[in-house]
Design a protein around this ligand. Sequence first.
Ligand code: T4K
Length: 380
Amino acid sequence: MDISKIGFDLNTRDNLITVTSPLLPDLEEFTRSLEQIWKNRWITNNGPFHQQLEQDLQDYLKVDYLSLFTNGTLPLITALQALQVKGEVITTPFSFVATTHSLWWNGIKPVFVDIDPYTCNLDPDKIEAAITPRTSAIMPVHVYGIPCDTERIQQIADRHGLKVIYDAAHAFGVEVNGKSLLKAGDLSTLSFHATKIYNTIEGGAMVMHDEKTKEHIDQLKNFGFVGETEVIAPGINSKMDEMRAAYGIINLKQVDKAIAMRRKIALLYREHLRDIPGISWIDDMPGVKHNYAYFPIFVDADEYGMTRDELYEKMKKQNVFGRRYFYPLISNLSIYNQLESADPDNLPIANQKANTVICLPMYAGLTEQQIEKIVNQIKK
Ligand code: T4K
């Protein structure tokens, strides 16, 4: 194994605290599912485990239609294809690279708009100024699982005849006033990567609101096939296999417990961090059922007396491996920084957030003792 590629030696893992640790399903139950798959000799292409997981997720997430994917990037790419989005798309630079990459893969020009200083999501006040005759959609991200201002974004989209595709990779299970956040916009996408609240190892999904769209997406993720001989579009292959669907069915049973544990951790962090000058975080929002996907803190170097990077390195030396999600800002990457909208003067808040954030370790199973160790590093 090449340690340089993962940042630490897995043999010493018990002494380290990493930003996350995967939620693993019960191994015996998974083994029984594997035995069934062996018996079925049906290992991918919409098998029984795949069908069951789609139903289970629809029920759990309280959405009408959902289509499984092999990861959280391909549903973004496919959503743009399905809605035939072209030209320019307004998006946030404060996200994981996959959001902007999905536009590039469709030959679409990303137009970056600055973010709200509190939620870190696309600032609705700044969207309209970025709309041009070539704009065809908005692609916001519910970053860290914090809901975007979906009502205002929809009003803007309606006023200008734009589609809205939410990158909801972090927003698994988030509800606003009792309603799934995934119901907002035309389409929403999820990631079930190992590092997420709920994982299928690699995996993802798209949420849509009608049967016709579900049917179309299911075709697009299977090369565009309808039946055995007809191909209605140049689709892609993004079908989840039976092993990962079986793993996902079992993992879903413990996700509520995992989110409850994450909530406790968030409350503990907030309690411990309250009196440290120069450290801030995002609190719970009224009416929102949060999922505590990440615990970002923001370091004000003047008030705190140390820069974000100094703190980040100091913690690493003590075997606490937080992550600077999302630094560097997507718009500052050499592949995107030539775009007009990537100018840092256009994105002051996003730049400031990217330069001050550290996501602290957050996962079900993190102990109180470990939290104290992490917080003590920040306090000293
Ligand atoms: N949109 C948004 C907003 C996203 O955040 C993402 C993905 C996507 C779209 C695309 O979805 P996917 O196509 O990935 O499904 C990670 C993930 O790979 C990525 O899924 C995620 N966002 C992004 C925010 O983070 P890395 O490169 O930081 O992961 P890595 O391998 O450094 O892992 C972080 C830590 O997690 C490790 O230090 C330890 C722990 N870990 C990781 C793995 C893979 C484990 O303990 N076990 C594991 O198996 O990107």
